[in-house]
Design a protein around this ligand. Structure first.
Ligand SMILES: CC(C)(COP(=O)(O)OP(=O)(O)OC[C@H]1O[C@@H](n2cnc3c(N)ncnc32)[C@H](O)[C@@H]1OP(=O)(O)O)[C@@H](O)C(=O)NCCC(=O)NCCS
Length: 160
């Protein structure tokens, strides 16, 4: 079941992100702040956070938002699945849900940023599998040798 995220989910979602081992402490702190801001008002600005429950427990989440000052361009900020449950289609379900939701909100094109380092290769594969194309590489963006990879996908009606 994918449902709107509620504030009581926040500590669980942060713990899940931490458990993946993919994110630096500063990114985990940023997630805490993003979720706090979301419940403090960002959801009224069109931001969306959704929680995936499977077998009665929280197994993942996605956070996506319209890019300010654009014609319905969206960003997926976070998509995370419990490391014990990765590879079982839950991330795909979350991404498909987010894409349908963005499309319904007149979303036109989606951008997702991720890292260039080898430990993000499975994540990059996941995006490619879902029809995202590598659109840009911002060399040494995060640090020397750690670039930003930007993926892009044009949204179409579900089933098109
Ligand atoms: C990326 C992520 C959301 C994908 O969710 P998932 O439930 O594992 O993915 P699915 O089972 O729906 O799809 C599997 C596909 O995703 C890719 N994949 C990415 N990570 C994977 C993992 N740990 N295990 C298996 N497949 C993974 C593979 O391409 C796989 O397809 P393939 O086996 O045919 O190559 C999840 O693995 C995750 O939380 N990763 C760590 C956090 C992260 O990098 N988030 C994105 C940046 S915010």
């Amino acid at each position: 079941m994918i449902r709107p995220t509620v504030s009581a989910d926040a500590p669980v979602l942060v713990a899940l992100a931490e458990a993946t081992g993919k994110f630096r402490p500063i990114e985990i702190e940023a997630l805490r702040e993003v979720l706090a801001d979301y419940f403090a008002g960002e959801q009224d600005q069109g931001h969306r956070a959704v929680t995936l429950e499977s077998d009665g427990t929280i197994a993942g989440f996605a956070y996506y938002a319209p890019a300010p000052m654009t014609d319905n361009t969206w960003h997926v900020w976070w998509i995370v699945v419990d490391p014990k449950r990765q590879g079982d289609g839950l991330g795909s379900a979350l991404l498909r849900f987010a894409e349908a939701d963005m499309h319904q909100r007149r979303g036109r094109v989606v951008f997702i940023e991720t890292g260039s380092q080898p430990h993000y290769e499975p994540t990059r594969r996941f995006y490619r599998k879902h029809g995202y194309e590598q659109h840009a590489l911002l060399q040494d963006f995060y640090a020397d040798g750690d670039s930003m990879v930007v993926f892009r996908k044009v949204l179409r009606p579900v089933g098109a």
